[in-house]
Design a protein around this ligand. Sequence first.
Ligand code: PEP
Ligand code: MG
Length: 538
Amino acid sequence: MTSQPNERVFRGRPAAPGFAVGRAWRLAEGGGAVARVAGPPEAEQAAFDRGLRLAAEQLTQLSAASDGLGADILEFQLALLDDDDLIDPVRKRIAAGVAADEAWIARLDEEIDGYLAANDEHMAARAADLRDVRDRVLRAIAGSDEVATIPDGSILIADDLTPSTFLGLDWSRLGGAVLTGGSATSHVSILARSRGVPMLVEVQPEPDAACGEPIAIDATGGVLFVCPGAATLAGLEASRAADARIAAEALAVERLPAVTADGRSIKVLVNVNAPGDLDGLSPAICDGIGLTRTEFLFAHGAPDEATQLAVYGRILAWAGGRPVTIRTLDAGGDKPVPGITIDGESNPFLGTRGLRLSLKRPHIFRVQLKALARAAAAGPLRIMVPMVTVPEEMEAARRLLDETVDELQRQGIAHARPPLGMMVEVPAAALMAEQFATDFYSIGSNDLGQYVTAVARDISGLSHLTREPNPTVLELIGRTVAAGRRRGVPVSLCGDMASRPELTGALLDTGLDTLSVAPASVGRVKLAVARAVSGPRP
Ligand code: PEP
Ligand code: MG
């Protein structure tokens, strides 16, 4: 076998397992916009017009679904897209040969600097709205055609990807992704795992692969090969074949009940991250849905009640009578939603996210609760609220749900009152779980891990502090399980630890008997359950 003299090897962390061989394609800094080659001025002008039009369409849709402050911001942003003083200089620069995105950034940055120079709180808020419009138009310029021009089979290389960029890419045509930054617990890594897209993060030093150069990734072992030689490719193929054998074993047990070697029954449910996750998936593989992340429904602003009702109804219909847990909006942190989340917080993960945000935006929260209570008429739906920190927040959520149900009752609209549960993902809640008036607990180990170690889940370079299983996280899981037992309410775990078969034994040792996992992990977790012999904690 010949070895390839040009072969270069880079190491990273596995974020979503799998193997891929293809050609490198580099995404621009930030991953938000795809690297684009500027065309002649007429093409750039057309790209700019299309960017403005798409952004205006998105903002119009958003404003139709918003009221109050959100609607004011959107109105301001829409007016900007129609403001000749802002737009004409961009057109002039494009005509002079400047690329559309460059000309737009330059003009908007001038304007943003002007607002910031005023040193006034109101003007600073407007600067944030301008930044948002700037990025929306940039995404529209980049996303319209460049994404479609990425050659089939490419493996993307970027510093990081946002969840929305990930969802905007057609992964059926792409081999995988290599991030020089990122982290294995970020939302984009969760999406990659649930879609089966091989992804490496924290690949250092920066890989020197040029666009179009052959590369291969072993995202299970954490290695990137640039210009892989024949021996490397043969080795990767052998690993892929071994992995395929385990996948076949996992497939064989996917529809069987999960029982430990010492006879304990474990419920295995699935997590739903985005519309489309359930396409082609059989409900027979699971005991229900333990987590539905609804933030991706809100990617372009708040959807109306009818839209939400239709989506929740489809999910319940898929589950065919199995329990379905739907989480209310968990925007904020690394999942900003323009017009809903608060811009400019110094540390968004410690800021207004999850239930904190929903309680500040009751007009949006009520619509979601109403759609959920209406959907609950059709099946066993449970509502779960994220990022609960103190018992009063749970009481506030419960009051809003009660009011919503009363209103539906008065209006004679078909509905049911779903159980209301909480995510346990803030250490304060895990330590005092018993004090919360909740119908069930679901542990969010992704956030629990970041808050207990004080390491943001979206940054690179500190993973030695967050390695799982982290004994502190296991301790907090055990305490939550015990609190649930004492209160007589169910406890499950829906964070990503549940999807990792190598952690299954440690999780069952805490006394947990319900795991909600990525659909792609069901079979492997069931295999791990069958090998486990640990009894529940006393
Ligand atoms: C978690 O924090 O573990 C969780 C399930 O929620 P998310 O990953 O969406 O923050
Ligand atoms: Mg969370």
